[in-house]
Design a binder for this molecule. Structure first.
Ligand SMILES: NC(=O)C1=CN([C@@H]2O[C@H](COP(=O)(O)OP(=O)(O)OC[C@H]3O[C@@H](n4cnc5c(N)ncnc54)[C@H](OP(=O)(O)O)[C@@H]3O)[C@@H](O)[C@H]2O)C=CC1
Ligand SMILES: O=C(O)CCC(=O)C(=O)O
Length: 368
């Protein structure tokens, strides 16, 4: 058996908790990575194939994201191994069982992630008294509904324009995933003059060099269909979206979707990581070598957690987009200026900036 400490370095994880309750069909993992800056805020992901390694990497991404955005929160994440499209009553039972199992884990504040939403957060809050990304009805700021992360992705792209030479107006965009992040990124970029030439979901990929109808795609998804139900467009396997001829690629779904076996197929000139950890380090290194700009996940997709943080601190919905814009533009510009000076990988530059802040906070904690 692998040592449970194989995942540990000088930042964390501080806690790894496996939850198993056969009666409730609950199999879940919580990783609290680092709480030097405060209790760990991070999403609860529901998918059938999630792993401990994925959860730990996502929790670390939250430590870095929260620190880089200057938020008073540590990093954590949780995964529930289940199909998120199960009947709603079953989902509520499962989420509530998960919530009861984490009720004493107060170093962790859950938020929405793939497979969970504002309603799930309401159930968790009801059981534990802790959750962010709540429905408005409960005084929350529904980060998925307002498209906080998709907006931040568009802002990162805009701030990167002086470095990449690619502006949204007139750009051809391919988006992997048409959920909370991908859908809003598509809508905002289209409003800024971009042409959405390809979109994928778990069912496949559709493309049209003249641009896809977002209205029709929204209608199809709202009715529970797949983007592949769109008529009169080219269809392909879902991972083919990575190699679509476009200027901007926005991965907004699963981890490690850009890897050594498909990185050569990438034709975009800029990749904005809406998803967490969507590319392997090897792939990002390769893209950097080819002059393709990758704006890393914990820089570009911080909109959701910035919104969650405003909610947790009693702020208002009216503040959200302004704060996201300010923080994401500031961080994108600083990271890319340093990349320009050092030639280093954007992820390494951003990681060093975030780690300096986490280490500063760790130095102020009791160590004996
Ligand atoms: N929500 C947020 O605010 C934030 C989310 N993120 C990250 O963004 C990513 C997406 O999250 P979110 O939009 O909330 O999730 P959602 O569950 O709302 O949507 C996920 C989308 O990805 C699609 N999908 C699933 N698997 C694949 C696949 N293998 N290939 C292509 N598409 C796939 C789903 O397809 P289908 O519709 O068919 O199910 C769905 O359209 C995740 O990595 C998440 O951690 C990061 C920061 C904040
Ligand atoms: O707390 C949240 O749900 C949003 C943050 C998150 O999980 C993420 O940025 O990946």
């Amino acid at each position: 058996m692998t040592s449970p400490f194989a995942l540990t370095d000088s930042f964390g994880p501080e806690k790894i908790v496996h939850l198993s309750n056969p009666a409730a069909r609950l199999k879940a993992i919580v990783v609290i990575d680092n709480t030097a800056l405060g209790a760990g805020i991070g999403g609860t992901r529901m998918a059938p194939d999630v792993t401990l390694e994925e959860c730990a990497r996502l929790a670390r991404a939250m430590t870095l994201k929260n620190a880089l955005a200057g938020l008073p929160h540590g990093g954590a994440k949780s995964v529930i191994c289940a199909d998120p499209s199960m009947p709603l009553a079953d989902k509520e039972r499962l989420i509530r069982a998960f919530a009861r199992a984490i009720s004493t884990l107060d170093g962790y504040v859950p938020g929405p992630d793939m497979g969970t939403d504002e309603t799930c957060m309401a159930w968790i809050k009801d059981e534990t008294g802790r959750a962010v990304g709540l429905p408005r009805l409960l005084g929350g700021i529904p980060l998925d509904e307002i498209g906080a992360t998709g907006f931040g992705v568009a802002e990162a792209l805009d701030a990167a324009a002086p470095f990449s030479g690619i502006v949204s107006d007139g750009a051809r965009v391919a988006i992997q995933g048409f959920g909370a992040v991908g859908r809003h990124a598509a809508l905002i970029l289209a409003k800024r003059g971009a042409r959405i030439v390809a979109v994928s979901d778990s069912g496949g990929c559709v493309s049209d060099p003249d641009g896809l109808s977002l209205d029709k795609l929204l209608e199809i998804k709202a009715a529970g269909g797949s983007v592949t139900d769109l008529e009169n467009v080219a269809t392909a396997a879902r991972d083919d979206v990575i190699g679509i001829d476009c200027d901007i690629l926005v991965p907004a779904a699963r981890p490690d979707v850009i890897h050594s076996d498909n990185v050569d197929a990438v034709r975009a000139r800029v990749i904005v990581e809406g998803a967490n950890i969507p590319a392997t380090i090897e792939a990002e290194t390769d893209l950097h070598r080819r002059g393709i700009l990758v704006i890393p996940d914990f820089v570009a997709n911080a909109g959701g957690v910035i919104c969650a943080s405003i909610e947790a601190r009693g702020g208002t919905e009216g503040q959200v987009l302004g704060v996201i814009s300010e923080l994401i533009r500031r961080n994108t510009t600083e990271v890319l200026q340093r990349v320009g000076q050092s030639g280093d990988l954007p992820r390494d530059v951003a990681r060093r900036l975030a780690e300096t802040r986490v280490r500063g906070a760790m130095d102020l904690r009791r160590s004996f």
